[in-house]
Design a protein around this ligand. Sequence first.
Ligand SMILES: *Cc1c(COP(=O)(O)O)cnc(C)c1O
Length: 355
Amino acid sequence: MHKKLFIPGPVEVSEDVLQKMATPMIGHRTKEASQLQKSISEKMQKVMYTNSQILLSTTSGSGLMEGAVRSCTLKRAAIFSIGAFGDRWYQMAISNGIEADLFSTEQGKATTPEMIDKALSTGKYDLITITHNETSSGVMNPVEELSEVWKKYPEVVVCMDTVSSMGGTKIEVDKLGVDICITSTQKCLGLPPGMAICSFSEKAIEKAKKVKYRGTYLDLLALYEYIQKKDYQYPSTPAISLMFALDYQLDKILAEGLENRFARHIEMAKYTREWAKSRFALFPEERYASNTLTTIRNTRNINISELNKQLGQRGYMISNGYGNLKEITFRIAHMGDTTLDDIKELLSAIDELIK
Ligand SMILES: *Cc1c(COP(=O)(O)O)cnc(C)c1O
């Protein structure tokens, strides 16, 4: 039996979107391929609220995270981490020989404007990374507030991980002054895994031009230049099947209406949080609780893998905690095309099992 996914990626994918991946293949050096990539890029600009060029990468989100820090750090990167995915970005910098410092916040809490100001005022950094939605702790950073600070430092390239939030909550990339905003297909966009997408600003382009060793496959400037030179093509062979599905799903997302889509996510988040608070407790500080997934403190000490086994027999799957939060939390994703009715159905099934 298929288990409906309530895990923070991959998410449940609609049948019609899956079917699009069975579209007959086209050559990646054809006009049709250019058309397909261009169409995806224009629609992604709407979802991201940006006029920057959109880049596609045949990797998961991690690929563009690594590519961004490597391609655009000239001096030194300041990595702001609120959990496992922020820490991973620091590892990526270090393992690529990029000079970087890690600024960590206690799990469950958000990055503060003061932290960013203090780091950037040293003048040591020309790139920062921010996690918009930390999928381990379930914290959504207050990026509007934070952006007021990084906007004071116009020489700094701002990279933001929106892997588990873009398409599920409003993120106005240009207004926030984000230069490289990264997401991937298998979370709020509601597609199978396999591609990453980012915006790439003029500032990021100019910075990358000065960086000598940007690598090859994950060189963001190479992706950008190929689009310019070859009219929306990709340097190597992209995941064309996924691109067919992405183009189609973006039509569906825009037809739903972005505001409607964001409102649906907020409604699901509120319902899940109320449920969590009355049975367990929220892990994150409530004012920063994510709109796309809820991380719940396992105050009743229930056996999550046993619960998941029983949920599996009923056709559902939730997620245990991530990393060092594995034993003390569990996670319910409410992202992508999931509806409030799906969430109600899941939560009442859990209620029956934990009675
Ligand atoms: C899932 C996730 C990633 C990793 O993305 P992949 O597409 O699996 O490489 C990075 N950051 C966040 C916040 C995530 O949720």
